[in-house]
Design a protein around this ligand. Structure first.
Ligand code: HGY
Ligand code: MN
Ligand code: MN
Ligand code: MN
Length: 411
């Protein structure tokens, strides 16, 4: 019996159409949460949701829900699909958008097949998954599961000094639906792997069984501005040099620990930021991750201890602000097995794996059984315009999602 299939051309066309929105004059794709460019992406998604005949609801934190429900199934908890349409800076076109558009495509395919599912099916686009403009990341889905108070979330101040609430109002996506209004029966998120594993193993489908813990901190180091030419090295309180030591420490500490932990200093700025002035201040972020909670805590403690050493040795002061802290998450085994059954039935090689990236699924897993489907990323690249997944793999992932949805939502 041939397997049902999504409409590949339609899905791929929508991915590329949405991927064209939010490009700057250098052609770089950047749709930061609640920005003008993200509004354009949101507007296009809402247009598609309505064109497919879904009810569209927007909650107070700007989460968008496309809802397909009938009189017969309205009493049932919905199956939720989703991801996000905000991006990092100079992004690829698949991260997040693929999962939202594949969810829409699965619904449209089922509608075309005349299926009436046993439960409503919802496709969600969560606000500020990337966390580049407002911390923490996965903010919209965190509010959705009650992990962050809505008023505090709306008052979040971004890297540009704006508040998330005022920006959502400005772009017309400060919805009226109270958060947590939709408790799903289950949640399935389709996403590109954003890493090298599936491609390296020539495997089409990742059945994601867990997701690593994440720690985000902002570190401020205060030194003393002084003349770059006249100040002997032993007399400096150099905030810039102290900051540089942190990155080297984390890399060497992880190398010695032989653990799969990762550390990233993704943002850094100096003051007064002048070529011939010893920096008086360094402000930077530290992203630490590990699949094991104890190891992640040990890495945070090691960083904390090293900051004290640097403070004493460099004659600087250090303050740390915690931006986000999420423990590792284990996904729902039954859904993971459904993913594997579908992949096998369709002749796709699959493997169980851990997600290195954060995803909305890790938040929804707090209130419902959840799991993720991965497809390969070429060269393991993501958060980079070179992000790419072969069309055949994009379609394969969407068809596995179709099977899992049919299994869970029936009809
Ligand atoms: O940071 C992450 O892992 C995700 O891309 N927001
Ligand atoms: Mn993503
Ligand atoms: Mn991302
Ligand atoms: Mn995600």
């Amino acid at each position: 019996m041939p397997h049902a299939s999504i409409n590949a051309e339609r899905l791929l066309a929508r991915i590329h159409e949405l991927g064209a929105i939010g490009r700057d004059d250098r052609g770089q794709l950047t749709r930061l949460a609640a920005s003008d460019s993200e509004k354009l992406g949101r507007d296009l998604l809402v247009h598609w949701l309505k064109a497919v005949g879904l009810d569209v609801a927007v909650d107070r934190i700007g989460n968008i829900f496309g809802i397909w429900q009938s009189e017969e199934n309205a009493e049932q908890l919905p199956l939720m699909l989703g991801s996000h349409v905000d991006t990092v800076i100079n992004a690829g076109i698949y991260d997040g958008c693929y999962g939202v558009l594949a969810g829409l495509e699965v619904i449209e395919t089922l509608k075309e097949q005349g299926v009436t599912p046993a439960r409503p099916i919802v496709v969600a686009a969560f606000t500020n998954e990337e966390g580049v403009r407002y911390a923490p990341e996965m903010l919209g889905s965190l509010v959705h599961v009650g992990g962050l108070d809505i008023e505090a979330a709306l008052a979040t101040v971004g890297t540009d000094g704006t508040t998330l609430g005022s920006e959502l109002t400005r772009i017309g996506y400060a919805g009226t639906v109270e958060p947590c209004a939709l408790t799903p029966h289950a949640y399935v998120e389709l996403h590109i792997e954003q890493g090298p594993v599936l491609e390296r193993e020539a495997t089409t489908i990742g059945a994601v069984e867990n997701l690593q813990g994440i720690s985000w901190q902002r570190v401020t180091i205060e030194g003393v501005a002084n003349h770059a030419g006249t100040t002997p090295m032993a007399m400096r309180s150099d905030a810039g040099l102290a900051a540089a030591r942190v990155g080297l420490f984390l890399r060497d500490h992880i190398a010695r620990s032989n653990a799969p932990s990762v550390a990233t200093i993704g943002t850094m700025r100096f003051e007064p930021d002048a070529i011939n002035v010893i920096p008086s201040r360094a402000v930077f972020t530290v992203d630490l991750r590990d699949p094991d909670e104890e190891r992640l805590q040990a890495l945070e403690n090691a960083l904390d201890a090293q900051l004290r050493v640097i403070m004493a040795e460099e004659g600087v002061t250090v303050t740390v602000e915690r931006l986000a802290r999420f423990e590792p998450v284990t996904f729902d085994r039954a859904i993971v097995e459904m993913i594997e059954v579908s992949a096998s039935a369709r002749g796709f090689k699959s493997r169980r794996m851990t997600s290195g990236a954060g995803h909305d699924a890790q938040m929804i897993a707090r209130i419902a059984p959840a799991a993720m489907i991965f497809v390969p990323s070429r060269d393991g690249i993501s958060h980079n315009p070179r992000e790419h997944t072969d069309p055949a793999d994009l379609v394969a992932g969407a068809n596995v999602l179709l099977d899992v949805v049919s299994r869970i939502a029936g009809g």
